[in-house]
Ligand binder design. Sequence first.
Ligand code: NAD
Ligand code: WQD
Length: 339
Amino acid sequence: MKNILLAGGAGYIGSHTAVELLESGYDVIIADNYSNSCPEAIKRVEEITGKSVKAYEVDIKDTAKLEKIFMENDIDAVIHFAGLKAVGESTQKPILYYRNNIDTTLSLLECMKKYNVNNIIFSSSATVYGEENPVPYTEEMNRGTCTNPYGWTKVMMEQILEDAAKADDKLSVVLLRYFNPIGAHESGRIGEDPQGIPNNLMPYVSQVAVGRREQLTIFGNDYDTPDGTCRRDYIHVVDLAKGHVKAIEYVLENDGVEVFNLGTGTPYSVTEIVSTFEKVNDIKVNHVYGARRAGDLPESYANADKALSVLGWKTEKNLADMCRDTWNWQKNNPNGYKN
Ligand code: NAD
Ligand code: WQD
């Protein structure tokens, strides 16, 4: 049995990945400081899978405390989800973002080196393609210019991981560039539970639908896109989680650095998201059109061919599934995990 350490594993993507790993026969250890999550998510992972998870409450920046986990467990691979991810907040609090996101990465790499753990998967983002690359994005494009500190932390962490692998032949690194994860586990027991006002589209849509927010503002309808609203590559979080299982198989078998886009390759507009959510769930989402949001690109979507050819992974769920499963989670947990 292989032991996989999920740093930040109590969060949205980590909890869904824990379910898929457990169901694929891996043992899962979670290290999280619950700065943007809660232990209840781990309980629900155990409830869904009928398997137990070893959980540590720890700030991953704290190398001494993190080391205890490496001492107590024979870890085969690490998946590094632990990071702050609110783009707007990162422009207000850049130092917090650089400190947290970079230091968690360095602490993990230091402990891995000391305890001879040689496999790491990193949660990167489509944001590293920056402003200048044309869509669809392919993995061999250069990293671009980001519009915010959050994006720069991802660019820097990719570079740190690449440099670490260059200096150490044994180290195997997989950089997964996620596009726009939405949806929830089909059980409706785990899902995205943002603190405060959601920054991202889908949680905002579902909170309007459930009556927690009055209306959605669609940021701009004068873009050079088919309906004037921005287009994104939305991916079901369970498909994304399954991509991590494939990446674990790959990282355990290979050395060096490999980069994969995890997206569907098909963009949808903001208006299409709202209308599909309304249709699939037979519910109204009050919305108005407002000004553009600073830093938004008109379009972002993946070329997802490499993940299919190398990992044998492709998405299985469509936009209707994403909208249905988001609503199933939201209506059964109107206040997230605080029910
Ligand atoms: P999330 O906030 O739900 O999960 C991140 C987890 O990391 C949380 O449980 C949080 O408590 C934990 N964490 C943060 N700092 C920590 C620290 N210092 N020590 C211990 N735990 C810490 O976010 P998510 O959506 O699950 O994203 C997971 C990763 O994927 C993040 O690195 C994020 O930047 C990246 N990512 C997310 C998206 C997205 O749209 N959700 C897209 C691209 C990349
Ligand atoms: C999607 C679309 C908005 C909210 C962000 C990060 C990216 C990655 C994924 C982590 C855009 C529009 C949104 C609202 C709206 N995260 N929108 N009204 O900006 O594509 O990506 O999350 O790595 O790095 O930048 O996602 O969900 O915020 O926005 O009209 O209230 O919805 O303008 O077109 P984005 P998003």
